[in-house]
Design a binder for this molecule. Sequence first.
Ligand code: DC
Length: 335
Amino acid sequence: MKAIRGAITVKADTADEIKENVKLLLTEIVEKNGLSIENVVCIMFSNTADIHSFYPAKAAREVGFFNCALFSSLEPEIDNSLPLCIRVMVLAEIEDNPKHIYLKGAADLRKDITEKLNIAIDGPAGSGKSTVSKIISKRFDILYLDTGAMYRACALACVNLGVDCANESAVNAIVDSIDISVKYENKMQRTYLNGTDVSESIRTPKISMLASVVAAHGCIRTKMVDLQRKIAKENSCVLDGRDIGTNVLPHAEFKFFLTASPEIRANRRLAENELKGFKQSFADVLQEIKARDEQDINRKIAPLLKADDAIEISSDKLSEEEVADAICAQIQGKI
Ligand code: DC
């Protein structure tokens, strides 16, 4: 048995308004969850204290819920609570994840459902963004968009075509031939370059450096940012990158900026690279991390920068799970 939640607001405390809106809310819940009346075990309503004219439970009976248990209750008066609001919890025998329904003024109560939830996580290489973003995307059951992978795929496109990533006009000349797309398999991002899955081949130290170089060019950024905004508009997702909070989604409701000392970041990268079979010294990785920071921070267009309204979290002394806990606590406090 699952609990399906929902809410709706009414325009006025009249019997007709209450009946009409309860009907609308329950019809949406039934349709969106593929319910039949027999699957519904019980329906519980709670309405704000400014609603007196009719019992929502009685309205449910009138619209055809004859067999299930019904219950209405009144919420206490709470300052600043959404006025004229009817909330519902439907207990039903369903297999799938419940689809909660928030309509009219009540849509504001659950922006994560009614609007796309976008969480921006920026920070330098090795600050733990991708691991933390993956944990958060699992907890909220939303997509994780790794924007760095897109720039990496652009760098690979240049390498494949023998184009110098630092030469802006040469990159400009081939930018139209670069087709980057992402797909999700088992909720994990796969990154495609001109139809070929390049998710693994973009993870070499060489491509890491070249991605940072190619990402400085306006022609590449414009193309990638358009794609990132489109994905974020259509999906609830966590996006990690360098300029998500400042440039890609400046109005994102949730913005975080992860930091860690270069030495800690280099150690993490060294361990990751070792697992992938790349043998490098700590000094080399540290030098690469610092060089990338330098490039990403100092480029003219959309540099690596904390947005004024982003929450900064240092992961020097926190595990990735702890960073994710801190981020989730912030988000849950607001939605
Ligand atoms: O996060 P990453 O290491 O996979 O990113 C590779 C490079 O891509 C990074 O050095 C800078 C660039 N990048 C960017 O400019 N903007 C982003 N939003 C993400 C990455």
